[in-house]
Design a protein around this ligand. Structure first.
Ligand SMILES: Cc1cc2nc3c(=O)[nH]c(=O)nc-3n(C[C@H](O)[C@H](O)[C@H](O)COP(=O)(O)OP(=O)(O)OC[C@H]3O[C@@H](n4cnc5c(N)ncnc54)[C@H](O)[C@@H]3O)c2cc1C
Length: 393
């Protein structure tokens, strides 16, 4: 780690008289800073990140604008009340709507291509359970999603249902070894980079200072301020601090129940004539794939080595990448000449509970972490709620 001292000019121009420091410039950190500045324009706000870009989850995810597959809802129903599940689904769905309304579909690269749950022959029992429960969930979700009747392929009419059986689409996707598809008509996908670019541009336009390459090693509340110690060896202070480090939270706030969960991701080169469109949840959601224009992105499979992927090191897991590549070649794009153009990993923050942690963790410190796999949907609202807590300190 580079160590250096701060010059007088650097300190005076960039690190003095700070009202709020946000640690972590992912979706949550930037959304929180934007909300703070909109509510209190005179605040001097610094958002910082250890990476030149936010190198955690927000610039490395799959861009699913999703809010829950049917089998996930059924699984949740085993240990949560229907009321609680519907509240969580509403939070995610409304979060997505709010994000779209705030920034516009074009800026986010949003496309309403639907989200599919894929069932293999071996998953017949789960599929049947989903089909049996589908009508009731559709009735419960109608008021939320307010879908209008539309025509599906082959002259099918979809009514107002959120979840519909979509087996007739299997041939069109080109997938192999798939027994059934359930479509969530209200899901979509976006361009992760465009979303983050938009948030960053909005923050900077509001006069929020955003700096990369600063790792906070330690924080200490000291009377009227919080002293932040950087890994480079110098310190600075702010009146209030918001920690939005998600899967990295244990480093600064070890008592919070958050664990890192690494995910591997691959993307192909463009595939002319690709017919696969939409977001797909496979193997109980552990594997996900989608089209990105004419490319296919595939990721996940951390269930192959849950212990090994419980880490915040942004490196490759060769066996998992091999498995993802195998699925790509045999299930998603069988019999096609596929070239992987790029591979990377990202870090989620997870825990026993699916709800994010948004709480005050000191007299002058708030934390908003543990976004799980739904940060695209809930990140903006989580940031805004955390900002409201900061304003109350
Ligand atoms: C591979 C992958 C695929 C995903 N796919 C989807 C998806 O399709 N749809 C969806 O809704 N969600 C998805 N998610 C989850 C979603 O990306 C996250 O929930 C969301 O981005 C979390 O945002 P955040 O701001 O809380 O955290 P992050 O984006 O992780 O931001 C935390 C930031 O804190 C910084 N940081 C950490 N420690 C320090 C420190 N000590 N000092 C300074 N900075 C620090 C990190 O560099 C990082 O940039 C995926 C996640 C991954 C990893």
């Amino acid at each position: 780690m580079l160590r250096y001292e701060l010059s007088h000019w650097e300190w005076e121009s960039f690190f003095s008289h700070l009202d709020v420091v946000v640690v972590g410039s992912g979706i949550v950190g930037l959304s929180a800073a934007i909300h703070l500045k909109e509510q209190a324009p005179t605040l001097s706000i610094l958002v910082l990140d250890r990476g030149p870009l936010p190198i955690g989850a927000s610039t490395r995810n799959a861009g699913f604008a999703c809010f829950g597959s049917l089998s996930e809802l059924l699984d949740d129903a085993r240990h949560s009340s229907r009321e609680d599940i519907l509240a969580l689904v509403a939070l995610r769905y409304q979060g997505l709507q709010r994000l779209r309304q705030r920034y516009g579909d074009q800026a986010l690269g949003y496309e309403a291509l639907g989200g599919y749950e894929v069932f293999r022959t071996s998953e017949a029992a789960t599929y049947q359970a989903c089909r049996a429960a589908m009508d009731q969930w559709n009735a419960d979700l109608q008021e939320l999603t307010q879908l209008q009747p539309t025509a599906g392929p082959h002259g099918l009419k979809y009514g107002t249902a959120t979840f519909v059986a979509a087996d007739e689409r299997i041939p069109q996707t080109g997938m192999q070894g798939v027994a059934h598809l359930l479509l969530n008509r209200a899901e979509g996908q976006l361009h992760t980079g465009k979303l983050m670019h938009t948030l960053l541009a909005r923050a900077q336009a509001l006069g929020i200072r955003c700096l990369g390459g600063i790792t906070i090693k330690n924080m200490q509340e000291n009377g009227a301020q919080v002293v932040l110690e950087t890994a480079a060896g110098w310190e600075f202070a702010a009146a209030r601090v918001l920690v939005t480090t998600n899967g990295f939270a244990p480093h600064l706030l070890p008592t919070l129940p958050v664990q890192p969960a690494r995910n591997q991701v691959l993307i192909t080169t463009p595939l002319p004539g690709l017919t696969l469109r939409g977001c797909f949840h496979y193997d109980k959601g552990y594997v996900y794939f989608r089209n990105v224009g004419d490319r296919v992105l595939i990721g996940g499979a951390r269930n192959l080595d849950l212990a090994g992927e419980t880490t915040d090191e942004l490196v490759s897991h060769p066996a998992i990448r091999k498995h993802l590549e195998h699925l790509l070649r045999t299930v998603v794009l069988p019999n096609q000449d596929v070239t992987i153009e790029r591979a990377w990993s990202g870090i989620m923050g997870v825990g026993k509970h699916k709800k994010p942690i948004i709480e005050t963790v000191g007299q002058r410190t708030v934390a908003a972490v543990r976004l799980g796999g739904m940060g695209v949907a809930i990140g903006t609202q989580v940031g805004e709620q955390a900002a409201e807590l900061v304003l109350q300190l």
